[in-house]
Design a protein around this ligand. Sequence first.
Ligand SMILES: [Fe+2]
Length: 346
Amino acid sequence: MPASSIEEINDANCKTYLVVAGDEAALVDPVRDRFDTYRLVLRERGLRLRLVLETHTHADHLMLNRDAKDLLGVSFVMHERSPIPLVDRHVQDGDALELGDVRIEVIHTPGHTPDSVCYRIGNTLLSGDTLMIRGSGRTDFPGGDAGAQYDAVTRRLFALPDDTVVLPGHDYKGDKSSTIGDERANNPRFLGRSREEYVTLMAELGLPFPAKTQQALQVNQSSFEAHEVGFPLVADVASLPALRAPDVAARLRSGAPPLLLDVREPEEFVGALGHIEGSLLVPLDALERRLPKLAGYADRDVVVVCRAGARSASAGAILRRAGFHRVFNLEGGMLEWIAADLPVAR
Ligand SMILES: [Fe+2]
């Protein structure tokens, strides 16, 4: 075994990479139902798992949950825009992580999701669902942005050296790797296309919405199991009206302020992002049980708040199903509240 290596270990369309540096390891985009296999592999090779790195919040498989994280005793790394409450280290564009003597560079490449990143390790790019072999990740899920993806790929990734090896998050044709030079010259999604043309192309792909997508997405975003929360369907979530942070602030100053319902975990409420003064904390997994106590608000304006606006969309759908009919989502959650320079309590 070389001192450092990167290999794909699922042998499936949905790819997980094992990064090894000496006796330390990182898993990139591990799939939850394969954790037992990963543990066997790690044990057999005498590797210590140090990091779980995600390229984005996935919609097509279940990610690390609380139990798996505790069992693995690992540091969970995602981009700052990740909605997931289990993340230990939020990274930003340009950050570098260390695994043994290997340096892992973070490139923020939003588009497939707001929290999409690529990890550059030496001459290799783990390109997630941003750049795929002769393709790119779909941009029609909530938070997707084809224009941002075009910019990320053409300005950031295609600026890397030609011989950079590209290892994508998926491949449906059985291809394993490509290079930046090859993709820049041959990727039909980008070749000869302007940003505007790319946005049109992506809007017209008309990909089917996979049956379990919303369920996987909501479970991943909240880190609770679907059966614990009783997740509502996608239509419920999508129809929740959203308010931008300055609009929420204006409503709070009005004569009839809304109830602010913060559905994050208690440690997030008092953590780095803090909370909005006067919010009521009801974590998403407790919401269903606490509904009777909230009954007095059924006819009042309720604004649901979380980290990035994803868990709150689930919470809003639960409230609406329970008969609350004036429910709004704080778009972009506390991240947007803070970006708008609004006051925070801790
Ligand atoms: Fe994805």
